[in-house]
Design a protein around this ligand. Structure first.
Ligand SMILES: NC(=O)c1ccc[n+]([C@@H]2O[C@H](COP(=O)([O-])OP(=O)(O)OC[C@H]3O[C@@H](n4cnc5c(N)ncnc54)[C@H](O)[C@@H]3O)[C@@H](O)[C@H]2O)c1
Length: 354
């Protein structure tokens, strides 16, 4: 663990900011220095609950020398507008998922990090979930043998008021919709665990939100570069909502997690540690199924602490922007595929979807 604490600034004090506030407050490696938001009521509520100062503006956050890392928590299509100036001002940056709504704007953020020699991480905190780390280790150790299948089932519920809460939540081009906004984490986990994707074939529908012009349900086949296949079923129409399930199958093993809980952990060659791995998550933590507040802050805290260590050790953060860029490309390909009604091959020729 780090000896020094690093200073954090927060841009955007909406729904997700409570997890960042709690994560920074509970970490022994981070201090909350200041936050900013155009909405003064949200800003003062955030600072009142989690500490730090109310910064007058985004520029004031950039000018504050006590701040090492800036967390960008604005709506999806506005991430680069804040991340690039922050990187150019010498700050390290954590950007909430998805990295952006366009590959070109993601590339601009990656270039700004490289040119300014700063760290850039995307907040895909589920990578740090204990069950997912166990699966990733098993993949890296080759325990599955040849990977054959990777599936994600996210059967969640959000009522219509969720979509009407903020203007951007109902607009596809600003990053709304179950694919880019909610399933992104689990599409990303399949990429993380099984590998890069070559072809997607997706269909989208609106099952239960007639007042919203968005897909609330996604079904997609994935064809991975390594020959494995996969399925994503994601919805915010399915009351009351369950923790998401991730399944990985290889020629020598099967692992299944539901939220934090490891449901299945079977390998042809058993190891002594397998019983402990199978017991992961019996004190289950919240995993987002039933509402936007149905999450725990610990995974955000681990991602924030990984950023502190990445800076100190001058290494890449565990969740790089380059890796999240490929997940964005998969998600954009899903929209293109659903619009065209046919499979789409990666890399995409164009990132204009919306
Ligand atoms: N990692 C996760 O599990 C997770 C969960 C929820 C949301 N998110 C992501 O977090 C981001 C924010 O989502 P949210 O639900 O908190 O949205 P939100 O709309 O509740 O909050 C966004 C905040 O940004 C502020 N903002 C907008 N423009 C600004 C500006 N120019 N300067 C300062 N502040 C400005 C808004 O006033 C608002 O308070 C999105 O990218 C979303 O996808 C991630």
């Amino acid at each position: 663990m780090s000896d020094n604490r690093m200073g954090f600034g927060v841009v955007g004090c909406g729904l997700v900011s409570q997890f960042h506030g709690a994560a920074i407050m509970n970490s022994e490696m981070a201090d909350l220095i200041a936050a900013t938001d155009l909405d003064e009521a949200r800003l003062s509520e955030f600072v009142g609950q989690w500490g730090g100062e109310e910064a007058e503006s985004f520029e004031a956050v950039l000018e504050d020398d006590r701040i090492d890392v800036v967390n960008i928590l604005t709506p999806n299509a506005m991430h680069a507008d804040f991340a690039i100036p922050a990187l150019e001002a010498g700050k390290h940056v954590i950007v909430e998922k998805p990295p952006e709504m366009k590959l070109t704007r993601t590339d601009d953020m990656i270039a700004a990090a490289e040119e300014n020699d700063r760290k850039l991480a995307i907040c895909l905190q589920v990578h740090f979930r204990e069950s997912i780390r166990a699966m990733k280790n098993a993949v890296e150790e080759g325990r599955f043998g040849k990977l054959l299948e990777g599936d994600a089932y996210m059967k969640w519920f959000r009522d219509t008021s969720y979509y009407l809460m903020d203007d951007w939540r109902g607009k596809r081009e600003q990053g709304a919709g179950v694919t880019i906004q909610h399933a992104f984490h689990y599409i990303d986990l399949l990429h993380h665990l099984v590998g890069p994707v070559k072809v997607v074939d997706a269909r989208m529908t609106n099952l239960a939100h007639p007042d919203v012009q968005l897909e609330d349900t996604l079904k997609a086949f994935l064809y991975f570069e390594n020959g494995a296949e996969g399925l994503v079923e994601a919805s915010t129409a399915l009351w009351p909502g369950r923790p998401p399930r991730i399944e990985v199958n290889g020629e020598n093993g099967t692992a299944i997690t539901e939220g934090e809980v490891m449901l299945a952990w079977d390998f042809r060659e058993a190891r002594p540690e397998d019983q402990d791995i199978l017991a992961i998550g019996r004190d289950t933590i919240a995993a987002g199924g039933t509402g936007a507040a149905d999450l725990s802050y610990e995974e955000h805290m681990w991602l924030i602490e990984d950023m502190v260590e990445a800076i100190e050790q001058d290494r890449d953060p565990y969740v790089t922007a380059q890796s999240a860029r490929h997940t964005l490309e998969i998600a954009l390909a899903m929209y293109q595929s659903a619009d065209a009604g046919e499979p789409v091959e990666l890399p995409l020729e164009s990132d204009s979807v919306f």
